[in-house]
Design a protein around this ligand. Structure first.
Ligand code: MIG
Length: 736
């Protein structure tokens, strides 16, 4: 077994086996490299293992194995977008991006491949396995005391992170993979989607309802039906006439339209995108050099070979068809890539059926026949038939790089936007992803169901995707498939108030899921909490930007923050940024919930978004009454929560008066970040900030120290300070 060792820092080491495919996940360069067999005793005997601090890595005929003996109390966090709880010990996962319509508890993989995991317990360390094909991660499934990762290759780079604290392990990982994608500030508003709002009238009606009913909203989505025959970068002129004028009209009302783009390109002679791609050889090929084709929504499709820079450039330019008409946000779908069937697969299934015709086939043959059709989608054989062209002239089989395909589509879009307008921020998020794709866009969490279990899953998934740098993310609020109850949607909004992507989305054929599609009481509750969301935008945006710049997460699990034993099993509360903890209600017919407070906290029980109902709660277990109209926002000791007034959309918000809720123990210091929210000028030092310090002087009097830097919209500051004795004082100051 030969490998080389790369040291990135005292706490980050990589072990390199074979000739790994360069995934682009890690953009940092190692500081020090020990080459294979360099006389430093690195060249190992067969069967020996690499000198990792905690795990053992061995090479076998079937690939590379990582093993670690789990102690009784060890917990495992991370794994990004995957099923299960926060602590993933005991489960089995694999990396294989898939169009997974049913997020059932034992699904081993969904749309993203995020093999970053953290072990907490006897030893504390993290691993990242930089390989874009399949691996299985057995986190104590076959043997409770054995963690084993089997990577189906001999070419891989494995990172070990050995910093003592979990936060530092994540920072170390994130500093390798680079800064996350930064959305425009308006993308922190409420967004409304449905598959599909079929024509401009349907969209106008949605907008009219939101505005008329005084529910804030920043964007409405266009799902696949806006296209002509599902052809990317086309518009159905009948259902969406006079598109660019209409886009401009909606913009005047503070609404942006966000169209979907699918990965598959319809095979059609008269379709210029297909024609050009075909002529230039931009689509993925089969082994014999034919165009690879499979069916998705448009019927037979070809798939752009996003591994080629030239193809990415070409694809990135296509978005201009819509940006020229005033569009500045997109979502990339079906880019795992999802394949409904290939002509070969279908032919085999039909041949199978013909063999069975006119015979008494018996049950076993019946199930085989049924399976032949049931398993036509996303077949492994079809993926194996795809070949990608690489820059050095060589080719690589899709099987070995599958998890990068969708990410490269989003990279193409991001690179295209940069070409179009270097300064402007576009909204972009993708369904498929892998590690490294956080630099190009956000992700949404795919086709969940209107089930309480999936609200819970939204909670446990957020910290995982954040660790991998996907800060701009969120689930389909209310659930995609199935029918949401008004109660579920109310509770879901109460959690999603904290997720950067706050988008209500529902599948074709389900009941309407806009807030106004439910009873009046529910509508009033949803309106209140969506307004709360807008009140929180200065905080969420600031926390987002600082987390992006400092390699932090926005959502962080309690067990990784607090050492006390009772905090170790808390899975249904999360820290949100530096000041807050959320504790959403995740059960139906609940009039409250249990919460565990690892420290004293200030509870703001929100029923009215513009009224404070405050109470200090002491460290420990509590049952908290929370009627459907109520949600809990907890402030940590010595923390500050900035708030502004709500408005119909983000850019209409009056930021001149800022309000801060402070929970003061001894000294609260807070930095509120601000920038223009639409350009990348913040990279050139055009960042503004408000530094707020609230403390006691020697006479035990409360003192304030407020410093403004840069171009800030805030002029008046109202501070509501609650001290340990629940005494509230209010200060008004002006900011200059
Ligand atoms: O096969 O475009 O996850 O959000 O509404 C379904 C239709 C294709 C899957 C996406 C979903 C979207 C839907 N798409």
């Amino acid at each position: 077994m030969t490998f080389s060792i790369q040291r990135f820092s005292a706490s980050v080491t990589a072990f390199v086996f074979g000739q790994p495919f360069s995934t682009g996940a890690v953009i940092a360069e190692p500081q020090f490299v020990q080459e294979k067999g360099s006389g430093l005793g690195i060249q190992q005997e067969a069967g020996s293992s690499a000198p990792c601090q905690y795990v053992s890595i061995t090479e076998a005929d079937d690939g590379i194995h990582i093993r670690y003996a789990l102690a009784e109390g060890d917990a495992i966090y991370g794994l990004g977008q995957n099923m299960g709880k926060l602590n993933k010990r005991g489960q089995l996962f694999k990396t294989w991006c898939s169009d997974e319509f049913r997020h059932l508890p034992d699904k081993a993989s969904l749309y993203g491949a995020h093999p970053f995991l953290m072990i907490k317990g006897e030893n504390n360390f993290a691993l990242f396995i930089d390989y874009p094909g399949e691996m299985t991660l057995d986190l104590g499934f076959f043997d409770t005391h054995q963690l084993s990762v089997h990577i189906l290759t001999h070419n891989v780079r494995i990172f070990e992170f050995t910093a003592a604290s979990a936060r530092q392990q994540v920072r170390d990982f994130r500093s390798l993979i680079g800064q996350p994608y930064i959305p425009p500030r308006w993308a922190f508003g409420y967004q409304q989607c449905r598959w599909s709002y079929h024509d401009n009238n349907a969209v106008d009606e949605v907008v009219e309802k939101f505005r008329h009913l005084d529910i804030p909203c920043d964007s409405v989505y266009l799902d696949i039906d806006y296209m002509e025959e599902f052809k990317d970068f086309t518009l159905d002129q009948h259902r969406f006439p006079d598109f660019s004028n209409w886009v401009a009209e909606l913009r005047l009302q503070g609404i942006r339209l966000i169209p979907i783009i699918d990965a598959g390109v319809k095979v059609a002679e008269s379709y210029s995108v297909y024609q050009e791609g075909c002529e230039k050889g931009y689509f993925c090929k089969t082994e014999t050099g034919e165009e690879f084709q499979a069916a998705v929504w448009p019927g037979l499709c070809a798939f752009p070979d996003f591994f080629q820079p030239e193809v990415r450039q070409w694809w990135g330019k296509q978005y201009q068809f819509l940006t020229d008409q005033g569009i500045d946000g997109f979502w990339n779908d079906m880019n795992e890539p999802a394949l409904f069937y290939s002509p070969q697969g279908l032919e085999q299934a039909i041949a199978h059926a013909e063999q069975c015709k006119d015979r008494n086939i018996g049950v076993h043959e019946f199930f085989a026949l049924k399976g032949a059709f049931d398993n036509l989608s996303n077949r492994r054989e079809d993926y194996q038939a795809i070949w990608h062209q690489l820059e050095d002239g060589s080719r690589i089989n899709h099987e070995q790089v599958h998890n990068l395909y969708g990410q490269k589509m989003t990279q193409a879009a991001a690179e295209g936007f940069k070409q179009l307008d270097r300064d402007k921020r576009f909204l972009m998020f993708s369904r498929a992803s892998a590690v490294g794709g956080h630099r190009y866009g956000g992700i949404w969490l795919g086709d969940n169901h209107s089930w309480w279990e999936h609200l819970k899953l939204n909670v446990t998934m957020m910290p995982g995707v954040n660790m991998c740098g996907y800060l701009y993310s969120g689930a389909d609020v209310g659930g995609f498939a199935g029918n949401a109850t008004s109660e579920l949607l109310c509770r879901w909004i109460q959690f999603a108030v904290f997720t950067p992507l706050l988008r209500n989305h529902a599948c074709m054929g389900t009941r309407n899921q806009e807030p106004y599609a439910f009873d009046e009481r529910a509508l009033n509750i949803m309106r209140q909490h969506i307004k709360l969301r807008y009140r929180l935008i200065p905080y969420l945006y600031s926390e987002f930007m600082l987390a992006a710049q400092n390699n932090e997460s926005l959502f962080w699990p309690l067990p990784l923050e607090y050492a006390d034993p009772a905090a170790q099993n808390v899975e249904d509360q999360l820290l949100v940024g530096r000041s807050l903890m959320c504790a959403p209600v995740l059960e139906s017919n609940a009039s409250g919930r249990y919460v565990y407070l690892p420290e004293n906290m200030l509870l703001w029980k929100v029923r009215q978004h513009d009224e404070f109902d405050l109470k200090i709660m002491s460290q420990g277990h509590h049952h908290l009454p929370l009627e459907l109209a109520d949600m809990a926002v907890f402030l940590r000791p010595d923390s500050v929560l900035p708030l502004v007034d709500s408005a119909h959309h983000v850019e209409a918000q009056d930021l001149s008066s800022l309000e801060c809720l402070v929970y003061l123990h001894s000294s609260a210091e807070y930095l509120l970040y601000h920038d223009d929210g639409v350009t990348h000028n913040w990279l050139q030092g055009k960042q503004a900030s408000l530094k707020i310090k609230v403390f006691y002087d020697a006479e035990k009097e409360i003192q304030l120290d407020v410093k403004a830097e840069g171009d800030l919209p805030y002029q008046q500051l109202k501070l509501t300070i609650v001290d340990q004795f629940e005494q509230a004082v209010v200060h008004h100051i002006s900011i200059d």
